[in-house]
Design a protein around this ligand. Structure first.
Ligand code: NAD
Length: 468
């Protein structure tokens, strides 16, 4: 079993509280990890160490910071297989997919290592004798609080951007994947001076204590409820809140597409990673002209996905997913496939297709973090667009259509950070989107994340008086 410790001021320890949490393997319920839980004193010590290291790291040359990040990326690459096995043991993701997402994280570390030194401000000439510099500086201490569903890739983005721009970091991974976070921290830590990178382990209250501490930025990827409580904490302390939160991403299936192709896209979006992706397909608006053929094809897709998908992260999440499905069924949804947790060990849930759904069902309105595709039939593309736009979230959306004019209407009118046409996933490396509504605030990705992690200082310089 992994014994997960904290890392503060260059030292690994179990901290002060004596409290521990155990993580079970979601495939067979065997214990995987024993995690030391930080207390207030550990949080204060980690933030103090990061603060003390901040000035030194801020004045380290950007090229040297970038070299440290590249060396860290080499270490993660060398251990990718081992890290993938830990990830699978803690959150159930099949090991090949886990490895792929770890390598995506490595790519992000390298991207920030390259972009960091070129992050630039600007200059303005007031007149012949004066110049104004607008220079980026690090913000100081960044708390990085991350989820379990893509634990390495998500962490690498925030950590890489924070560190390369000269901030020090206190990292708190999810309590559902602590050994994954701890092993990642072991690989990163040796490449940075003591205090520049710290690790704290714990659950929600530890995250809340860190978010209320004297840090300069709280960068969190996780649920909307957590994001809102972090925003409230930051309002009290004055720290900047950078929040990448949940979604209820719609797909609009137009009348003119091949129903089998559309069903394959929707199945991919709803079932990959067992539906545990922030930008998973969460609700489907299908045109009535192709709804019967589409639903048949989607049920067939769900059957094909069933043997491939891993369990959900734990039984707590499975109960929540199943509860949303059962509520929908009670309210009139028709189960075309799946729809019930199997007996036996682990936290498995089958790919589930629900027809005859309505917008007021939680499975449509809220985020369902599991392999569920709820389908709403609509009588026109415009109706699908209108209903897709009516959501408390605004992360991403997809339209499947052969009509250029419908594609244009969709990207202009959907209030989401990302709109995808004819593919449920995709996007060039380095892309970034700003979430809307309950899905968060600030850029969590791309070159724009370097702006978020820094603050611009205006410097006005005039020539000295004549004769000096
Ligand atoms: P979560 O909010 O429960 O936990 C995320 C992190 O926040 C964990 O480290 C947790 O310990 C910590 N935390 C919990 N309560 C806290 C509090 N009150 N104050 C401070 N920290 C606290 O989310 P989760 O279940 O780990 O992750 C799943 C969610 O993350 C989904 O909603 C998913 O959509 C979202 N997500 C979003 C993105 C994105 O880029 N928008 C990416 C991945 C996941």
């Amino acid at each position: 079993m992994f014994e997960v410790q904290h890392y503060v001021s260059g030292t690994w320890s179990a901290g002060n509280s004596g409290r521990k949490l155990t993580v079970l393997n979601p495939a067979d319920d065997t214990p995987v990890t024993s995690m030391a839980v930080a207390d207030e004193e550990d949080v204060a010590a980690a933030v103090r160490a990061a603060r003390e290291a901040a000035a030194g790291w801020a004045s380290t040359a950007p090229g040297a910071r970038a070299a440290a990040l590249h060396a860290a990326a080499d270490a993660v690459t060398a251990a990718a297989g081992e890290l993938a096995e830990i990830m699978q043991a803690e959150m159930g993701k099949p090991v090949d997919g886990a490895r792929e997402s770890i390598m995506a994280g490595v790519g992000t570390l390298r991207q920030y290592a390259e972009l960091g030194p070129t992050h630039r401000g600007r200059t303005l000439a007031g007149n012949d004798e004066a110049i104004d510099l607008m220079a980026y500086q690090p913000r100081g201490v960044v708390a990085v609080i991350t989820p379990w569903n893509d634990p390495v890739a998500v962490s690498c983005g925030l950590l890489g951007a924070a560190l390369v721009t000269g901030n020090t970091v206190v990292y708190k991974p999810s309590e559902r994947t602590p050994a994954t976070g701890w092993r990642l921290a072991q690989l990163l830590a040796p490449h940075f001076p003591d205090g520049v990178f710290g690790l704290l382990n714990g659950d929600g209250p530890v995250g809340a204590a860190l978010a209320s501490a004297a840090v300069d930025v709280v960068a969190q990827v996780g649920s909307t409820a957590t994001g809102r409580s972090i925003a409230a904490a930051c309002a009290r302390t004055g720290a900047k809140a950078l929040l990448e939160n949940g979604g209820s991403d719609p797909v609009i299936v137009d009348a003119d597409v091949d129903p089998a192709w559309a069903a394959a896209q929707v199945a991919l979006g709803a079932f990959v990673n067992s539906g545990q992706i922030c930008v998973a397909v969460e609700r489907v608006y299908v045109h009535e002209a192709i709804a019967p053929a589409f639903l048949d094809a989607l049920a067939t897709e769900a059957a094909a996905w069933e043997p491939q998908i891993g369990p959900l992260v734990d039984r707590r999440l499975r109960d929540t997913v199943d509860d949303q499905v059962q509520q929908a069924v009670k309210a009139g949804a028709r189960v075309l496939r799946g729809g019930a947790a199997p007996a036996g060990p682990g936290a498995f849930y089958p790919p589930t297709v629900l027809a005859d759904c309505t917008d007021d069902m939680a499975v449509v309105r809220e985020e369902t973090f599991g392999p569920v595709a709820p389908v709403v039939t609509v009588d026109s593309f415009e109706e699908g667009l209108k209903r897709a736009a009516d959501s408390p979230y605004g992360l991403a959306a997809t339209v499947l259509t052969t009509s250029m004019s419908h594609a244009q209407q969709a990207w202009r009118h959907l209030p989401a950070g990302t709109v995808k046409v004819n593919a449920v996933f995709g996007g060039a490396p380095g892309g970034a989107a700003h979430p809307r509504r309950g899905s968060g605030q600030g850029f969590g990705y791309g070159p724009e994340l370097l702006d978020e992690m820094t603050v611009m200082k205006a410097v006005h310089i005039e020539a000295p008086p004549q004769g000096w």
